[in-house]
Design a protein. Structure first.
Length: 281
């Protein structure tokens, strides 16, 4: 892998994330750029890459299981009345160029291609910001534009008949430890209470680290959270929870997630305070 295939994110001079733009991966993993490893300021890794339980989970990025039938998530495809099925329908997100590339962030252009055709064009903006001595924020915005002459729709296993599986969009595969992380938000605790609900932010707290995910625009906050803690640790926001998301020709869907990456286990009050600091204009 050449240096041109990676970008290192730094906060106050310290590396906190490695961004791989052209990963060499098999087609069934839906190859796409990703951030891994992402670390706390003290150097604790808080992402995983291709873990044994889900080898198509690639650190931090954007993954969508159904774009007009093409799989940009990786692995099997959920087929209505049939279940998870191996299909030859995987797409790839292809890095085109960096419009901007600085130590603390970048602006990237990507093409979403399946079966030889470009379906979506993406502009991805990523920035790393110091919040405190023990916390920093990853600001991640993606804009998906339909570049085909026809309407496109984004779906999920949930919209294809699998209740509770509305994954697809921004997704963070966190570090798996001996025990499951704690999950909490403003007024709820636990995966069962939070998964599939809307909340200003969701925190995932491991042994020595905490991640706090926040929708940073009104539109993003309308998306329910996809939360896993017991089976594996991961958090994302759902583009298609109850029904498919249409993108007319030439139209663009934009979402922005800001994630606080903190050393230690933090309280609700600390989480809320850090989110306010991270999301404030």
């Amino acid at each position: 892998m050449t240096p041109h295939d990676t970008a290192v994110l730094r906060v106050a001079g310290r590396p906190v994330g490695r961004y791989v733009t052209r990963p060499e991966l098999p087609a069934r993993l839906s190859p796409r750029p990703y951030l891994h490893p992402v670390t706390t300021l003290a150097g604790t890794a808080v992402t995983e890459l291709s873990p044994a339980d889900h080898i198509h989970h690639l650190g931090v990025g954007v993954a969508v299981p159904d774009v007009e039938g093409a799989n940009f998530w990786g692995g099997r495809t959920y087929v209505r009345d049939q279940g998870p099925t191996e299909l030859d329908n995987h797409g790839a997100q292809r890095h085109t160029s960096f419009q901007l590339r600085d130590p603390d962030g970048f602006v990237e252009e990507l093409r979403w291609v399946a079966a030889g055709s470009e379906l979506l064009r993406e502009r991805r903006t990523v920035a790393a910001t110091e919040l405190t001595e023990f916390a920093w924020a990853l600001d991640f915005t993606f804009s998906l534009t339909n570049v085909t002459p026809d309407p496109l729709t984004i779906g999920s296993p949930a919209t294809n008949g699998r209740p509770g599986a509305a994954y697809g969009g921004f997704f963070w595969r966190a570090r798996k430890e001996d025990s499951a992380p704690d999950v909490f938000t403003v007024d709820r605790e636990g995966e069962r209470e939070i998964h599939g609900t809307r909340a200003p932010w969701v925190a995932l707290s491991g042994s020595t680290w905490t991640l706090v995910f926040a929708g940073a625009t009104e539109q993003t906050r309308q998306d329910p959270w996809f939360v896993r803690a017991d089976e594996y640790p991961g958090v994302g926001s759902s583009l298609a929870s109850e029904e498919r998301l249409p993108i007319p020709p030439g139209e663009t869907v934009v979402r922005r997630i800001v994630t606080v990456v903190a050393d230690g286990r933090i309280s609700r009050l600390e989480a809320a305070s850090l989110v306010r600091k991270a999301v404030s204009p």
